[in-house]
Design a protein around this ligand. Structure first.
Ligand code: PA5
Length: 424
């Protein structure tokens, strides 16, 4: 069970238990409204019932496709950007072993150097592609899909290329028409879920399944988190507490939340988390700016600012309870003055670094710790659901719509004009 702990030893002591409890009681109607789905855009809530887009039929179909891909491909190219690739990438990068189908990420850049590097990773390999795009107007995936389709045809011929092409798109979209016309496999992008909430659907799950990961465990973790968040009352509900604290601190003048962890496996999860909160909350001139820090490495860079710089941020540590791995630091015949580490496990050393960092930071800024039991597919599923649910609560408390992204359109208009897109 995931838990949320507060450590605030700052002179102001903003996060007292009484203040948090009172704010949770006040915010209880928001929790009730989210659970009931009232006042929310029903066309964006499809992820709240996990099995709606990740039920038995979907999982079996995705496992079937994944087995087929594994049988005839060395690599699987995921073409997508933002919500269309962040969830899958965070899981695949955390857990994929070196054996099995290699997952290659495309459709998230316009840099020819990066695209050429990606294409060269496919040299001599048998590969399958999956173009994931909700509206199929986004430039990066659209342009990369074209380049990769052409590569497939030149390498395998038209018929075999079609067999190696999957698209995950909106039913009724041009992408679906193309699939019909060209004989590609088409999977539905959920109509009632926006990109950044699609981890538990064809969008997030297929690349994970192709990577050989247990998507059923991920989904079962999300289902368990759904059950808990619907059952727990306001004051004990970790999602509501977290959302309430974020908003309290925002109103107290903090402008950034930093997510930190001492586990580098979470590196790509940060990207998913940053997108979720930045795109959901950063609007109408409001919102906490989400940043992330990969410790212990960044204690030697941003650590200075966190401890001693402008007091604009609070920190949320993501901690893992159970020991994941072990490496003993054995005594050495060279007197390197690290003798105090003799016989210690790096698990213990890393934990000591975490608790020391938190103690030090909590003197200067409010610190939260979100603890998960283990780091595996199941707890990743819990995290996805927990953060999505928290993000909706937090956005509503802030007074913004968690499901749109009007600000993203501004640059697009200028870019499409610059590229001569018809109608721009
Ligand atoms: O969360 C979102 O809605 C966005 O980040 C989209 O996922 C992103 O812009 C990609 O959109 P599309 O899948 O339509 O290409």
């Amino acid at each position: 069970m995931l838990s949320l702990e507060i450590l605030d030893n700052t002179p102001k002591k903003l996060l007292t238990d009484q203040r948090v409890a009172a704010s949770c009681r006040e915010a209880a109607p928001v929790l009730d409204a989210v659970k009931a789905g009232t006042g929310l855009d029903i066309d964006s809530m499809g992820w709240m019932e996990v099995t709606k887009w990740a039920g038995e039929q979907t999982l079996s179909r995705l496992e079937e496709i994944a087995a087929q891909v594994a049988a005839d491909s060395d690599a699987f190219v995921v073409i997508g950007v933002g919500g269309s690739n962040n969830a899958a990438r965070s899981v695949v990068k955390a857990f994929r072993s070196e054996s099995g189908v290699e997952i290659i990420w495309a459709g998230n850049t316009l840099s020819p150097a990066a695209m050429n590097r990606m294409l060269s990773m496919l040299d001599g390999k048998r590969f399958t592609i999956d173009c994931i795009a909700k509206n199929f107007e986004t430039l990066e995936p659209g342009a990369s899909f074209r380049v990769l389709r052409q590569l497939l045809v030149s390498r395998f011929g038209k018929e075999e290329a079609a067999r190696r092409t999957i698209a995950t798109g909106t039913p009724g979209s041009r992408l679906e028409e193309i699939c019909r016309e060209e004989g590609y496999t088409f999977l539905a992008f959920p109509t009632d879920i926006g990109g950044r909430y699609t981890a538990m659907s064809n969008v997030g799950l297929l690349p994970m399944a192709v990577a050989g990961l247990d998507i059923r465990a991920l989904v079962s973790g999300a289902m368990e988190m759904q059950r808990q968040l619907y059952a727990l009352p306001a004051e004990e509900n970790p999602a509501l507490r977290y959302a309430v604290i974020r908003n309290m601190l925002y109103n107290d003048g903090y402008k950034l939340e930093m997510l930190s962890s001492f586990e580098p496996q979470l590196k790509w999860f940060y990207k998913w988390w940053i997108q979720l909160f930045a795109e959901s909350e950063g609007k109408c001139g409001k919102g906490l700016f989400p940043v992330a820090s990969e410790y212990s490495e960044e204690l030697h860079s941003v650590g200075q600012f966190v401890q001693d710089g402008s007091p604009i941020l609070f920190e949320t540590f993501l901690d893992i309870k159970e020991q994941q791995s072990s490496l003993i630091c054995h005594p050495d015949e060279v007197d390197d003055r690290f003798g105090y580490l003799d016989g210690k496990d790096f698990w213990e050393i890393n934990k000591a670094s975490f608790t020391a960092t938190r103690t030090a930071h909590a003197q200067k800024l409010p610190c939260l710790t979100l603890t998960i039991d283990r780091l595996d597919m199941e707890t990743f599923g819990e995290l996805f659901y927990f953060y999505q649910f928290t993000c909706v609560l937090s956005s509503l408390l802030l007074g913004v719509n968690p499901f749109d992204q009007p600000g993203v359109e501004a640059y697009k208009g200028w870019m499409f004009k610059a590229l001569g897109k018809p109608g721009a």
